[in-house]
Write a protein that binds this ligand. Structure first.
Ligand code: FEO
Ligand code: CA
Ligand code: CA
Length: 653
């Protein structure tokens, strides 16, 4: 979700942020210097001499003027304000699927003036975020035919409907359309002989999951009294998923999706407070369930979203959900063992001895990073693997100033998570995972967003997008992992589990990137020569290519710089560790999401989310991608014109 949208919601009905009184910490230089390794310092010197022997002559007008190393096979682009998807010379961009495109045969072209929920349930949803490519057939590495899974995070009524910025125009029909426009989508896609991708509209695997799709509630919160509602008195079924932001694929071929800003859709919370218990109110406060009216008006037309009628319904959201794109008839699950918070990312990793670990961040200012270690091991039995995420241990991260850290287990009865302290059972620990994290003293981070395990060095890279409240009076001050006050630029933390064992309860960590304009002395690019790197702000979604290079998509660069969000790449090891280069620049008002390579890295899929945000249906600030009319969030496919893998050298064998 963009800062703009968050700001709009705040303006509408402020979202409380919990405050602490720790005040300012050490000076920036002091804390960053303490996290710079001797290796960084030595390497920065070494790279200066390598640079002279590995030059690539820039030939394109938009390229950085000075020669640059060609190890990743492209000339970095300059930051851009062009209202287009800009890529380096030698690469091409195809719009693959747009909001409203049909996902089954026989449907008419999309007409925004005649939207219905029934039709939207078979059309590509709004505001694509996470993308996952799953090869067909299952188990193959096919890079020219597969399933594309997309999260549809949120809705912008002001961009979707005429006069949609006027709350009074939102009616039951538009609410139904919006509910059907969020959630997830699965489409079968295939590459033609000329390299272009196309959607197979008639595929039986195409499917939408919306804000009304039934889910099984699994794990410790299943059947819990806090999950019981008037239409689900057993607390075992949840209707719908929404606010699906970053996500992850599992080794068994399913997709996990993080429900992030679900609180935005719940209203009548102030009315509900008049009769609610103090404990209930505190829980709602901690999760931002505090709005009387929302811009979306779900609360007026679907009583599930009226907190005064269904006080437990919001407990059905904020989970990691699991869908099986290869098996559309499988009932999707809400995996409550993974904890309830504003999930961003759900990254799984299999350890060498077969344990499955999942990492996830809670995207809020001063929120936590979590991991879940499955009790049982990965096996060859797919049906058993699909149940792995119901049993195990949830942890929350504490970063020490000395570059070490610990994972604190969130287990009922331990670390003070007892009935006396408000946690009656493990169900309550996971439903109120944020409160549990508070209780055990986890580290309050600068909005943890996506995080991924590098397939080559097995370290975890965590994007902390920004935190403009860090260090303000009444808010937590800086600490070693969050080293800047009023942090508008974000940072990427590199976390190494002890012995590279992802089940470990101890880790070490470094600040890998401290983002911003490299001319700003507060920035840090893993010790690399800052005169050669691209400016970057607000890292959000990350992924890796097959060589282990870190690719970073941003959300909010236009709030810091005079240019649009983009997509960047940076080696994490070797002499170019920290050498950040811009690969792509995005459309006006958009953020870049969902970076995903095909297994052979010859195609890169990117989700362009909320193009034109900040404008309206009547006066859109961009007409992307069609060149006319209202902008449409869309997925693009990027390929090298010579078909080589992206991120590889030009003469890649
Ligand atoms: Fe949906 Fe935290 O971005
Ligand atoms: Ca974001
Ligand atoms: Ca995000």
């Amino acid at each position: 979700m963009s800062d703009f949208h968050e700001e709009e919601l705040k303006h509408y009905d402020p979202d409380p942020v919990e405050r602490s009184k720790s005040g300012f910490g050490k000076l920036f230089d002091e804390v960053v210097a303490s996290r710079l390794t001797r290796r960084d310092v030595m390497k920065a010197g070494a790279i200066a001499s390598i640079g002279a022997t590995a030059l690539f002559k820039a030939t394109k007008a938009s390229a950085i003027a000075e020669p640059v190393a060609d190890s990743l096979g492209f000339v970095p682009i300059k930051p851009s304000k062009l209202d287009a998807v800009v890529v380096p010379e030698g690469f091409e961009v195809q719009t693959l699927i747009r909001w409203g495109d049909a996902m089954k045969g026989g449907m008419p072209s999309f007409n925004m003036l005649t939207q219905t929920a029934e039709a939207q349930e078979h059309r590509f949803g709004y505001n694509n975020d996470f993308l996952g490519y799953l090869p067909l057939p299952y188990g193959s590495e096919n890079s020219s035919h597969g399933l594309l899974v997309a999260n549809h995070e949120y809705v912008n009524p002001e961009m979707m409907f005429p006069n949609g910025n006027d709350r009074a125009t939102i009616d039951a029909k538009k609410v139904a359309v919006m509910k059907a426009s969020m959630g997830m989508g699965v489409v079968e896609i295939k590459q033609s002989d000329n390299g272009d991708w196309h959607v197979i509209r008639t595929s039986l695997l195409n499917k939408r999951y919306t804000s009304d799709t039934p889910f099984d509630i699994t794990g410790p919160a299943r059947g819990h009294k806090l999950m019981q509602t008037s239409y689900d008195p057993k607390g075992e079924i949840a209707y719908g998923t929404n606010s699906n932001c970053s996500a992850g694929k599992t080794p068994w071929g399913t997709v996990l999706s993080g429900e992030e800003n679900f609180q935005s859709y719940f209203g009548k919370a102030k009315t509900a407070r008049k009769t609610a218990s103090q404990k209930q109110v505190e829980a709602w406060d901690r999760y931002g369930i505090d709005r009387e009216e929302t811009p979306f008006r779900f609360e007026d037309f679907d009583k599930r979203f009226d907190v005064s009628v269904e006080p437990n319904e919001s407990n059905h959201f904020g989970w990691v959900i699991e869908i099986d794109p290869y098996d559309p008839d499988w009932t999707p699950k809400k995996r409550t063992a993974l904890g309830r918070f504003r999930h961003e990312a759900a990254t799984t990793h299999v350890t060498r001895d077969g344990h499955v670990v999942m990492y996830s961040g809670c995207d809020g200012k001063f929120e936590y990073i979590y991991k879940f270690v499955c009790r049982d091991k990965f096996s060859n039995d797919r049906s058993k693997n699909r149940e792995l995420l119901d049993s195990g241990t949830l942890y929350v991260a504490k970063f020490n100033e000395d570059g070490t850290g610990i994972w604190i287990p969130l287990i009922h009865g331990k670390n003070g998570l007892t009935a006396a302290n408000g946690f009656e059972d493990q169900g309550e620990v996971v439903i109120h995972a944020r409160l549990a994290g508070d209780h055990v003293g986890a580290t309050k981070m600068d909005r943890p967003e996506d995080m991924e395990v590098n397939p080559v060095n097995e370290k975890l890279y965590i994007a902390c997008t920004n935190n403009s409240d860090r260090g303000k009076e009444g808010f937590p001050g800086v600490d070693a992992a969050n080293p800047r006050a009023l942090n508008r630029w974000g940072q990427i933390v590199e976390l190494t589990e002890n012995n590279n064992d992802h089940t470990s309860t101890k880790f070490s960590w470094e600040l890998f990137l401290v983002c911003g304009d490299p001319k700003d002395e507060s920035t840090h690019f893993a010790g690399f020569d800052k005169s050669k790197v691209s400016a970057i702000a607000c890292p959000d979604n990350v992924t890796f290519d097959g060589a282990g290079n870190l690719w970073i998509a941003t959300d909010g660069a236009d709030s810091v710089f005079d240019h649009h969000d983009g997509f960047f790449v940076c080696p994490v090891d070797g002499p170019e560790r920290g050498y950040l280069r811009q690969f792509m620049s995005s459309v006006k008002g958009s953020e870049v999401c969902g970076p995903e390579f095909t297994p052979d890295c010859t195609t890169l899929f990117l989700a362009i989310q909320h193009p034109g945000e900040g404008s309206t249906f009547e006066n859109p600030s961009t007409h992307w991608p069609d060149g006319y009319g209202v902008p449409r969030p869309s997925v693009v496919a990027i390929r090298a014109q010579d078909g080589r893998r992206i991120g590889g050298p030009p003469t890649d064998a």
